[in-house]
Design a protein around this ligand. Structure first.
Ligand code: ZN
Length: 380
């Protein structure tokens, strides 16, 4: 298996993909279409293309029946930003690392997935199930043109998904916290800034309220796979001028909560805090819930493919830990659409979404080997 990883082609593929500026927004994933299609044809895959002409989702398929696994990588990248030492769209290899936008997120991992599948197919054995390799669009700005579209059109026909994006080389992600974005409004009364007592300062009231909300107490009984809940006061807007008592202010907080805590309880606590706070003639309102996702976790006992991933790691002599995160990824979308999904990536030092994004070539190879072993255990 180790020797059957076609490292040269893997690195070549990653470099070619990086050279295409599939920056999202606007996306322009069509720029990698020819490369991706060719790479899939090289594996003898049947190819389906779904979505807008400029935003293709490309699915390659080999084998049939069950178990069926989809390996989904995204082809869009975040804008390069500034401060690069090299051209972000010209792959550079230096000291064992590959530099370029998308090196780690998620074009390098596409190349490693491709190499893993190639190694599995080169064994010549007949697959007992199906492998789908996906190069999807629009992951970086919400997946409307990507995985959400595939789910809506029921184009993902698989038992489970593996997402080579997220986690680290020694950590696979099997669960994510729930996310609640709550927008509050504070309504006051304006007055001349020289006479603050004549008005009701909406910013002041919001600031006081937020300092209390930041200390909100949650249930202590949380699922042991998760860390505790977090609250970020992320946005505040209000006031017109320094010499006016502000009559209006808005703020949005971002709560991430683990399994074990219920959304209804959070909302109830927030509402009771609001009424307690408002008893002195102040006016804070819960104006809107902007984001609302539930926590999720894959149960190792329920999904044998997770056990197989650990076995494959062991065989590949990789230390592997299953973890949960506070972030929300496509794995959650897929999970709630009925497709259990987990993620793992070659990342070591985090460089995604930063200048000089890079991936360790050794880690790409390690992932290709591990993922090939995982595929062997699941579909061969
Ligand atoms: Zn990504």
């Amino acid at each position: 298996m180790m020797d059957s990883i076609d490292e040269k082609s893997m690195i070549g593929l990653a470099c070619s993909l990086i050279s295409k500026e599939t920056v999202n927004p606007p996306g322009d994933e069509y720029l990698v279409k020819a490369l991706v299609v060719k790479s899939m044809k090289d594996l003898g895959m049947k190819i389906k293309i779904i979505g807008d002409k400029k935003r293709p989702n490309i699915l390659g398929e080999v084998g049939k029946g069950h178990p069926s696994i989809a390996i989904l990588c995204h082809m869009d990248v975040v804008p390069p930003g500034r401060d690069w030492k090299t051209n972000p769209f010209k792959a550079v290899i230096k000291s064992g690392r590959l530099y370029g936008r998308g090196a780690c997120d998620d074009k390098g991992p596409y190349a490693a997935s491709w190499a893993a599948i190639k190694a599995v197919l080169s064994s010549g054995k007949k697959l007992k199930g199906k492998i789908i390799l996906g190069a999807v669009a629009d992951e970086e700005t919400g997946s409307t043109e990507g995985i959400k579209l595939l789910l809506k059109k029921k184009k993902l026909d698989c038992d489970f998904c593996f997402i080579p994006d997220g986690g680290r080389v020694d950590e696979a992600v099997i669960g994510e916290k729930g996310m609640l974005w709550l927008k509050f409004a504070s309504v006051g009364k304006s007055a001349h800034g020289s006479n603050p007592d004549k008005g009701i300062n909406a910013i002041n009231n919001m600031a006081n309220f937020l300092s209390k909300i930041a200390k909100l107490k949650f249930s202590k009984k949380i699922d042991s796979h998760f860390s505790g809940p977090t609250i970020n006061i992320g946005e505040i807007k209000g006031g017109d001028a320094p010499n006016i008592v502000p009559s209006y202010c808005e703020a949005t907080i971002d709560i991430r909560y683990p399994l074990g805590i219920k959304k209804e309880d959070i909302i109830k606590k927030v509402k009771s805090m609001i009424s307690f706070y408002n008893r002195k003639n102040r006016k804070i309102i819960l104006k809107e819930i902007l984001q609302d996702t539930s926590p999720h976790l894959l149960d190792i006992k329920k999904y044998p493919f997770l056990k197989k991933f650990l076995e494959a790691s062991k065989e590949a002599k990789e230390k592997m830990k299953f973890v949960t995160i506070g972030g929300n990824s496509v794995a959650k979308l897929l999970y709630f659409a009925g497709i259990p999904s987990f993620s793992h990536s070659p990342e070591d030092i985090p460089t995604a979404h930063q200048a000089d994004e890079s991936v360790s070539l050794k880690n790409l190879r390690r992932c290709a080997i591990l993922w090939a072993k995982f595929l062997e255990k699941t579909v061969l």
